[in-house]
Design a protein around this ligand. Structure first.
Ligand code: HAS
Ligand code: CU
Length: 568
């Protein structure tokens, strides 16, 4: 397997003392397989519910036929958000990052029991949270804003999932520590470094939601305290909620930078710049959460303004990504005979579903990213906030850039894990393209409906009295998108289940794709050092959140009782 390990300076790499044995491979494959299996299981349910929502908006309400299983549109919406945005992503990411780190370091897990414990915690948490979700006792949407109140089992379940994901990180840190000792002076391979940065960012980011749940929502749902402070709750939530979107995105970036170029004969245009991008994400992902609270009273404008500026800061590493990832792909296309200013794109490896899905995901992210920049503007946000524009935005980002990339990764990883050939390349290609066009139509309709008509988000649009005929063309556009997405989801599940259950054995073994850097000069020490970046990150978080949190906690009033606004 090609491992992107480069000696630093003039120090040559000593032979790696520990490498992966057959049983190490089996263990990591099994852990990854369980994580990805649970992720896809959650997605199977979550996606069907999305189809129901889309149809409801277009005037076809199927929810009454699902009673008493589903009690309301909002129960379905909560399940859709939690299963897709929280469970599918977190489980997939934990599996993928474990696999990627171990293979990138070419070293077994230092303490496999830590990673097994992590899986047990996460799976236990999911089961615990599933109970109130399915029983309509946690119909609080995926952001679970107080004063909407869920059963305590929902909060404990989510906490266990988060603590489990931290434990995945601990397992990887121990492994990295051991590798570091065995390989003094060797620059950390890019894929491992980027995976570790993603995990560290996540652990700093989730402190907000941990504080929100443990100090406020859980005691409140248990009746230990009588009320909550909704503003403090929202602030702690968004402290986590924004970096959460980068926890979803960065694993896709790991693939775009470190793997996808190799799938189209390309090279990493700049290994150093890729590392810088990940350090910048560590630094800038967290101190921006107030861009979700531009309309919240009680947060002074100056703080919103500071977070807006920092949000444009965190947009910058994605800009760098756009240019350098395309340059990496162009190298590949030209190596494959591509010519001209634009015609080279036709020579990319479009026939490989794993590649095609991820390239299509990138294209959709161009639109998702531009929408994000619009959201981030303090004043322009007022035009789109809480309208259907926002779900339009996040279906292009988490629903496309991330999810379609994870589909693409699955198209090499699931065959690798099972030792089976991909069930059908044609079906997988059809899946990628139907997702691409489905999301284009769906998201375009939602953006337009929100911007031009002010249609609200988180709302059962098919039932609102203020709907006007002007909405119809946009809703029809989204409905066509939903139909395409329905087929796409079906193609994905057939491809995956077919690969696991019925496909023939692989003739050649598959290896994790690893893109070689164009310039093999080892990264300088400052791009392989944790201390200054961590110190900067913690300092910036304290500066951008400290004073506001201090004030909110000092003025905290636990006055709001819990609400259950949708029928039980
Ligand atoms: Fe966002 C709301 C701002 C990115 C997800 N966002 C949301 C919500 C979600 C979400 C879930 O400032 C709703 C939360 C809720 O329920 O209330 N977002 C941004 C900004 C970015 C951004 C500035 N968002 C994401 C990503 C997400 C995500 C990534 C998930 C994974 N977002 C906001 C704001 C709100 C918000 C406000 C609050 C709105 C409100 O009012 O409530 C930036 O990170 C975006 C930077 C990205 C780019 C694009 C770079 C393009 C690349 C592709 C290159 C490929 C090419 C194709 C060129 C600048 C890297 C090559 C093709 C070939 C053929 C070769
Ligand atoms: Cu955000």
């Amino acid at each position: 397997m090609a491992v992107n390990t480069m000696p630093m300076g003039h120090v040559s790499a000593p032979p790696t003392p520990v490498s992966l044995s057959e049983s190490d491979h089996r263990l990591v494959n099994r852990l990854t397989g369980w994580n990805i299996g649970i992720a896809i299981g959650a997605l199977t349910i979550g996606l069907w519910l999305g189809v129901l929502q889309g149809l409801e908006h277009a005037g076809l309400n199927l929810y009454p036929y699902l009673a008493p299983g589903l009690k309301s549109y909002y129960q379905g919406l909560t399940l859709h958000g939690v299963l897709n945005a929280l469970i599918w992503t977190t489980f997939f990411i934990c599996g993928f990052l474990t696999y990627a780190t171990v293979h990138s370091l070419n070293r077994p897990l230092r303490y496999p029991w830590v990673n097994m414990l992590a899986l047990v915690l996460m799976a236990g948490g999911l089961l615990l949270a599933a109970y109130p979700l399915l029983m309509n006792m946690a119909t609080v949407l995926y952001t679970f804003y107080p004063p909407l109140m869920a059963d305590w089992t929902f909060y404990v379940g989510l906490t266990l999932v988060v603590v489990g994901s931290w434990t995945v990180g601990y397992g990887l840190y121990f492994t990295y520590g051991a590798w570091r000792k065995e390989n003094p002076g060797v620059v950390t391979p890019f894929i491992a470094l980027a995976s570790l940065i993603t995990m560290v960012m996540w652990q700093i980011a989730t402190l907000g939601v941990a504080a929100e749940i443990l100090a406020m929502l859980l005691p409140w749902s248990l009746g230990l305290i009588q009320g909550v402070d909704p503003l403090l709750g929202r602030t702690l939530f968004w402290y986590t909620g924004h970096p959460l979107v980068y926890f979803w995105l960065l694993p896709a970036y790991i693939s775009w930078y470190g793997m996808v170029p190799a799938q189209t004969n390309g090279k990493m245009f700049s290994d150093h710049l890729a590392r810088l991008v990940f350090w910048l994400f560590l630094l800038l992902s967290t101190p921006v959460g107030f861009h979700h609270q531009f309309t919240d009273p009680g947060i002074p404008q100056s703080w919103k303004f500071i977070h807006m500026v920092l949000t444009y800061g965190v947009g910058f590493p994605s800009m760098l990504t756009a240019f350098t990832v395309v340059a990496s792909l162009e190298l590949g296309a030209r190596a494959r005979g591509g010519k001209g200013w634009f015609a080279w794109m036709l020579k990319l490896n479009w026939g490989d579903p794993s590649y095609a899905a991820q390239n299509l995901a990138m294209i959709l992210f161009v639109f998702g990213g531009i929408g994000g920049m619009i959201n981030a503007s303090y004043n322009v946000n007022l035009a789109v906030h809480n309208t259907s524009w926002v779900p339009g935005h996040f279906h292009l980002t988490v629903g496309s850039a991330v999810t379609l990339t994870f589909f693409g990764i699955s198209y090499w990883l699931v065959p690798k894990l099972t030792g089976h050939r991909l069930f059908s390349r044609k079906l997988a290609l059809a899946q990628a393209w139907t997702w691409f066009f489905g999301m284009l139509l769906f998201a375009n309709g939602y953006h337009a409906l929100g911007l031009y008509e002010g249609a609200p988000r988180r709302t059962m649009l098919g039932a609102v009295p203020y709907a006007t005929p002007a909405w119809t063309p946009y809703l029809m556009e989204t409905a066509v998108g939903v139909v395409l997405l329905f087929f796409s989801a079906t193609f994905f599940f057939i491809t995956i289940f077919g690969t696991v259950l019925v496909a023939r054995k692989l003739e050649r073994t598959i290896e994790m794709p690893v893109a070689e850097p164009l310039d093999p000069t080892p990264a300088p020490a400052w791009l392989d050092t944790w201390q200054p970046w961590l110190a900067g990150t913690i300092g910036l978080v304290i500066l951008s959140y400290g004073p506001m949190l201090f004030q909110l906690v000092r003025n905290m009033e636990l006055w709001s009782q819990g609400y259950q606004v949708w029928p039980r």
